[in-house]
Each structure stands twice: as structure tokens, then as C-alpha cells.
Design a protein around this ligand. Structure first.
Ligand code: HEC
Ligand code: HEC
Length: 304
């Protein structure tokens, strides 16, 4: 049942009527075919956006890197060409984990500074695109203020109202302005709803800690760089106010997950102890009756 629900949700707009749909023929296809088409067009769009390095950077790099705006999940890329030569940088962008695994000490240091996060291989990356991205970074580094310097996010502190709105957006009781699918379809957060949410995506109870706080998580959500999230939100991005509320909600859930975390393991432990105790009592009963049998046999006091 759950897999069916997820499948329906993975295809945006499945609930709309034909008239509202931009491509009715698409929705008349079998779901498996639709998925195939979607995935195909996604990998194609990765290559097509190579036409425009800035747009590609915005969609695939800016969620982790600024140019002159300080570090996010990854380092600030301003003047990165002064740190490593062109050949190294190209090699790294083409396949970050290969460079990390080669034991490169500079890459290892970068990874340590990123608290272990490994840069994902950029979707549809080619040598030519990597070169153009490096040209872009060099050009933007020379500007007084790069278009990628910006922190898009307010420094407003989170309020209880933000947390409540974030929760509504997560649950889908407040609609996302762009019409994107609500998070609960694919994600769980501990302590929410009877069923706890979808299973297609990871549990987000502690994502605030995992993706390292307000600035990084906000940037991450503004342009998700992972496959399913990008497919879901690239054409229906979350707005800054929505991101602010969602991140407030995630901060709150991470803060309160400590106590709730215990209920799972603790209940399990108690069940385990209870079960073991019951087991021992049972074993004891069996063993005692056996022992009696043996004693009767040995002592010849068999009465019957
Ligand atoms: C999910 C986050 C993430 C995304 C998306 C990402 N990077 Fe990175 N990037 C990192 C991290 C983290 C590092 C540090 C090395 C490591 O830990 O993998 C890094 C390192 C780098 C470096 C070396 C920086 C230095 O200081 O020497 C370059 C260059 C780079 N990234 C370019 C890019 C480009 C170009 C894109 C888009 C095509 C991109 N990155 C997308 C996280 C990301
Ligand atoms: C169609 C299903 C789907 C929907 C809807 C969805 N997600 Fe995701 N999400 C995923 C999947 C799958 C992943 C794992 C990475 C990937 O494949 O994109 C993920 C990953 C993430 C991550 C990174 C988690 C980590 O630990 O690295 C965050 C943060 C996230 N989603 C937030 C959200 C938020 C916020 C919403 C609602 C606004 C949302 N997602 C809606 C499927 C979904």
C-alpha cells in the first residue's frame, strides 16, 4: 500500500484533471513509462543547461558554495584558482570522491573542514562544462560583489509561529506556493502524524544537525542537489519564507528528538528484558520437569 502511495506521489500533478495538465498525453501513459520519460528528460536537462554555466551553477553548486559570501556546506569558491591549479580543479569537479579516495592530502583537508561531507558528482558534468564553470568562478571572483555572494536567507531568529508554519508546510496542511509536493509524502519526522510519513526519502528528524544548521540547510533547500529532491523541486522551488519556516521546524524537531529518541530504544530494551525474563521462567519450568524426570530415573523412585 505504501509503495503505491509513493508511486503516485513521485509523479507530480497526478491528482489533477486532464484539462489542467500541461501535457495530457503524458498522464495517459503507464506510470512506469512516465517515470522513464521523467528520468530521461532529467538527465537530458542536465546536459542541456551546460549552455549556460551561470544557470548550471545556480542549480547545482550554489546550494553548497558561494563566491565571496563565506562557506556553506562547501568552501567559498572565490579565487579558488589561487589555491589549486586548473588541472586539479577540473579533475576534482569531474569526480570529487575519486580525488578524495586517491588520498590527495588537500582534498582530505577540505573534507575535514566540511565535517566529512563529500561533494556529490555534479549531474551531467563534462570536462567542457567543468572548464566553463571554472571560467565563471574566475570571472565572478573579480567582481566587487558576485551574483553568487548572496546569503538569500534572513537572519531573523525563529519564532514559535515559524515552527508552526513549518510544520504545516511539512504536513501539507499549508500548501507550498509553487505547488510542490508536501514533504510528508516522502519523509518522516519523529512524533508527527499517526503513520509518521513517507519512506521514499530519509527521516528528517535530525536533518538540521546533519546538514549543519540554519545557513547550510536553508541553502541546501533553496536548490537541492540530490536526484529525487532536484526532480521534485527544481521547477517548483521553495520560497525564502517557506524555507525559513521549514528550517525553524527542523531545528525544533532536532532539539526535541533527544527525548523522543529514547522512547524507541528504551521500549525495545524493556521489551527485550521482559522477553528474556519470560523466556527464563519458561526454560526454568521445562528444565525443572526434565530434571525431576532424570532424578526419578536415577533414584529409581519412579512411582508409576
Ligand atoms: C552538496 C554540496 C555540494 C555541491 C552541490 C557542490 N559542492 Fe563543491 N564542494 C563541496 C564540499 C563539501 C567540498 C569540500 C571537499 C569535500 O568535502 O568533498 C567541495 C569542494 C569544491 C571545490 C574545491 C574548493 C577548494 O577550496 O579548493 C570546488 C572547485 C568545487 N567544490 C566546485 C563545485 C562546483 C563547480 C559545483 C557545482 C557543479 C559544486 N562544487 C557542487 C560541496 C558541494
Ligand atoms: C517525491 C518525494 C519527496 C518529496 C515530496 C520531498 N522529498 Fe526530500 N528527499 C527525497 C529523497 C528520495 C531524498 C534523498 C536524496 C534524493 O534522492 O534526492 C530526499 C532528501 C532530502 C533532504 C536531505 C536529507 C539528508 O539527510 O541529506 C532534505 C533536507 C529534504 N529531502 C527535505 C525535504 C523537504 C523540506 C520537503 C518538502 C518541502 C521534501 N524534502 C519533499 C524525496 C522527497
Amino acid at each position: 500500500m505504501r509503495s503505491q502511495r509513493n508511486r503516485r506521489i513521485a509523479i507530480p500533478n497526478a491528482a489533477r484533471t486532464d484539462r489542467e495538465r500541461p501535457f495530457p498525453w503524458f498522464h495517459r501513459l503507464r506510470p512506469s513509462l512516465r517515470l522513464l520519460l521523467l528520468v530521461g528528460s532529467l538527465s537530458y536537462s542536465g546536459a542541456a543547461s551546460a549552455q549556460d554555466a551561470a544557470q548550471y551553477f545556480r542549480q547545482n553548486c550554489a546550494s553548497c558554495h558561494t563566491i565571496g559570501g563565506g562557506r556553506l556546506t562547501g568552501p567559498d569558491l572565490k579565487n579558488v584558482a589561487d589555491r589549486r591549479d586548473r588541472q586539479w580543479l577540473t579533475r576534482f569537479i569531474l569526480d570529487p570522491s575519486a580525488v578524495l579516495q586517491s588520498g590527495d592530502p588537500y582534498a582530505a583537508k577540505l573534507q575535514e573542514e566540511a565535517r566529512g561531507v563529500v561533494m556529490p558528482k555534479p549531474p551531467g558534468i563534462t570536462r567542457e562544462l567543468a572548464e566553463r564553470l571554472l571560467d565563471l568562478i574566475a570571472a565572478e571572483s573579480k567582481l566587487e560583489r558576485s551574483q553568487f555572494a548572496g546569503s538569500l536567507f534572513s537572519d531573523k531568529p525563529f519564532t514559535a509561529a515559524d515552527v508552526a508554519e513549518g510544520k504545516r508546510l511539512f504536513l501539507g496542511t499549508s500548501r507550498l506556493a509553487s505547488g510542490g509536493t508536501s514533504c510528508i509524502s516522502c519523509h518522516a519526522v519523529r512524533g508527527i502524524g499517526a503513520l509518521g510519513g513517507g519512506r521514499l526519502g530519509p527521516d528528517l528528524t535530525r536533518v538540521y544537525e546533519r546538514l549543519q544548521g540554519k545557513k547550510n540547510l536553508s541553502a541546501w533547500l533553496s536548490a537541492p542537489a540530490t536526484a529525487t529532491m532536484q526532480a521534485t523541486f527544481q521547477s517548483r522551488p521553495l520560497g525564502p519564507e517557506e524555507i525559513h519556516a521549514l528550517v525553524a521546524f527542523f531545528e525544533d524537531s532536532a532539539k526535541h528528538s533527544g527525548e523522543e529518541d529514547m522512547s524507541g530504544p528504551l521500549a525495545f530494551l524493556l521489551l527485550g528484558i521482559g522477553g528474556a525474563a519470560l523466556g527464563l521462567v519458561g526454560m526454568d519450568a521445562i528444565w525443572r520437569s526434565r530434571f525431576h524426570g532424570v532424578r526419578r530415573f536415577l533414584t529409581g523412585h519412579e512411582t508409576r
